[in-house]
Ligand binder design. Structure first.
Ligand SMILES: C[S@@+](CC[C@H](N)C(=O)[O-])C[C@H]1O[C@@H](n2cnc3c(N)ncnc32)[C@H](O)[C@@H]1O
Length: 259
């Protein structure tokens, strides 16, 4: 049997990686403007083999979705931990989503050449991809009913002013869509450094009948510790919070009720 370097042992040729300074963009994009994006008419219209060529023909679709994935830190961190799980980031900002696309492409090439001998399964980072999309408007165009087992909202834009709360990615109207795409037992992970936003997300998710709060210890006891660790530490925004000595509030919810 061939030998494969473990993901944790892999080195990445940093010369291949894109540099953020070439992908500068405004900090916020208006989720209500028309971004003139092309969307699939329905999940079955998405050709996932374009995103995950190494999984072509398997009939697989994404099971993890990172909504507002920013620069992609969570996806890159989880990819080697769950090599058989397809993950998709959704990001509205053009330059930022392009950066993630280029980052994944570079990691695929770099780790492929770094892998000693391929034995079974695709080489690393084949299981992550990104779409430039407005998740507030088009999430169900990408994900079928009950297709996801994890939905991530990590350090979402806080939209501080009351008149802007309708732009928050967790809102009473959108929760029905999140419940629709999550399978029974699936988890919504939220984290923020803004206490007011944490309270807001917790209040709305707790009030929604198809979600039930689940604490960190329970999730860790179910083997989801590596996911929780990545939620806390892997994203660019989470790292910034750490550098600034900020606090992080985690809140997770399980999809309950009827399928
Ligand atoms: C504060 S950043 C956090 C990024 C990342 N999750 C992290 O922790 O580093 C929020 C991101 O969500 C994106 N975003 C905001 N609204 C969105 C929407 N409706 N659809 C997709 N992405 C969105 C923003 O462009 C931004 O990159």
């Amino acid at each position: 049997m061939g030998k494969r370097k473990r993901a944790s042992q892999q080195t990445v040729d940093t010369a291949l990686l894109p540099q953020k300074k070439h992908y500068r963009q405004r900090a916020h994009a208006n989720p209500f403007s028309d971004h003139s994006l092309q969307y699939p008419s329905a999940p079955h219209a998405v050709d996932w083999s374009v995103h995950y060529p190494a999984f072509a023909g398997t009939g697989r679709a994404p099971a993890f979705a990172d909504v507002g994935c920013g620069f992609g830190g969570l996806l890159i961190s989880l990819a080697p931990i769950f090599p058989d799980t397809l993950m998709l980031g959704m990001e509205i900002r053009v330059q930022v989503s392009q950066y993630v696309q280029d980052r994944i492409a570079a990691l695929r090439v770099s780790s492929q050449s770094d892998t000693e001998v391929s034995d079974s399964g695709p080489s690393p980072f084949q299981n992550v991809s990104i779409v430039r999309a407005n998740a507030m408007k088009f999430l169900p165009n990408y994900f079928g009913k009950h297709s996801l087992c994890a939905l991530f909202f990590l350090f979402p834009d806080p939209h501080f002013k009351s008149r802007k709360h309708k732009a928050r990615i967790i809102s009473p109207t959108l929760l029905a869509e999140y419940a629709y795409v999550l399978r029974l037992g699936g988890i919504v992970y939220t984290i923020t450094d803004v206490q007011d936003l944490h309270d807001w997300m917790k209040t709305h998710l707790t009030a929604f009948p198809l979600f039930e709060p689940v604490d960190e210890e329970t999730l860790r006891s179910e083997g989801k510790g590596p996911i929780i660790d990545a939620v806390y530490t892997s994203t660019e925004e989470g790292k910034k919070v750490e550098r600034n000595g900020g606090q992080k509030w985690l809140a997770c919810f399980r999809r309950v009720g009827v399928q």
